[in-house]
Design a protein around this ligand. Structure first.
Ligand code: CDT
Length: 308
């Protein structure tokens, strides 16, 4: 008896600043149509999938900033996606900028079941980049100016016949993300990302972006015995080149499907959630082998401190 789920990684190419939400939703719908043709039950879209990646600009006016945020979900622009997905019986995960009724700004990803119900919401925890305009950079990465960390942390939900967790972009670089999700039983972790290839603080990392992207997601999958689906918004967007290489990764750590272009592209894999047991009940049997009494420092200390 297997628990197979057909999952699509729906990579997006660039979204220009002038592109309307409606035009982006058309593209999401086109990918959803392909997913239907390939019998997908779940489609994963990238981080901030409805607009351009606006943290690359230093924006002064709060009105201008808030124009990139969604006040409700679904809303007028995204309703066609929710309606069509429900009609086709396909679930999806979608990243967007969220402005709450009480004024909080989050980088958010939701999980929508095949019946159209929102079963999970994750708000990005690790907010990368900087707060102030740094004019020496070719472009900004002002996520720390525009977003606050989500208060809920890393949760999992029973959905799609398994246990599903989410993380967003920079969260994927931190082993704590996967381990907390692993401790919550995750069998499938959905991750959207926007990763500029040029990293201004240390450009020697530019050529390694693709390697690091797969390295972190593959180790997260293997070390926690879980499927990982990493989905990019890639290509050259408003003059900034971003990493593509969306991938579906098995609990073995192996990539089983990978995008080849830097544009809108769907790749699909049949994910057997029961494969997680191979790892969760052997080498990574947490209950049997973990030694949490030795890991206390991980939650007690934020920064590294070497001996005197
Ligand atoms: N979107 C996002 O989190 N991007 C970061 C870029 C890090 S450099 C500021 C990432 O980790 O890919």
């Amino acid at each position: 008896m297997t628990r197979e789920l057909v999952v699509g990684a729906a990579q997006l190419g660039p979204i220009a600043r002038a592109d309307s939400r409606e035009s982006v939703v058309e593209r999401l719908l086109a990918l959803l149509g392909q997913a239907h043709e390939q019998s997908c039950q779940l489609v994963v879209y990238p981080e901030l999938a409805l607009t351009t990646f606006f943290p690359r600009w230093h924006l002064e006016s709060q009105r201008e900033i808030d124009a990139f945020f969604e006040r409700e979900m679904p809303n007028e622009a995204t309703a066609p996606l929710f309606d069509e997905a429900k009609c086709l019986g396909i679930g999806f995960s979608l990243g967007y900028a969220e402005l709450t009724a009480d004024g909080h700004h989050y980088n958010t990803q939701i999980l929508v079941e095949r019946d159209g119900s929102v079963v999970g919401k994750f708000r990005k925890v690790h907010i990368p980049g900087h707060e102030e305009n740094e004019t020496w950079r070719k472009f900004q990465h002002l996520e720390r100016r525009y977003f606050e960390p989500g208060p809920e942390g890393f949760l999992t939900w029973r959905a799609f016949g398994g246990v599903v967790g989410m993380a967003i972009c920079n969260d994927r670089r931190w082993p704590e993300t996967y381990r907390v999700l692993g401790l919550r039983g995750a069998e499938l972790i959905l991750i959207g990302y926007n990763t500029p290839i040029h990293y201004a603080p240390d450009p020697s990392q530019d050529v390694l972006q693709g390697f690091h992207n797969h390295l972190v997601m593959q180790s997260g999958a293997y070390q926690n015995g879980t499927w990982v689906v990493g989905v990019a918004k890639g290509g050259e967007e408003e003059g900034v080149d971003s990493l593509a290489q969306s991938a579906i990764i098995a609990p073995s750590g192996r990539i089983v499907a990978e995008c080849r272009s830097a544009g809108d592209e769907l790749v699909v894999a049949r994910c057997d959630l029961d494969l997680c047991k191979n790892y969760k009940s052997t080498l990574f049997d947490f209950e049997r082998y973990r030694m949490p009494e030795y890991y206390k420092l991980i939650t007690e200390r934020r920064g590294a401190r070497a001996p005197e």
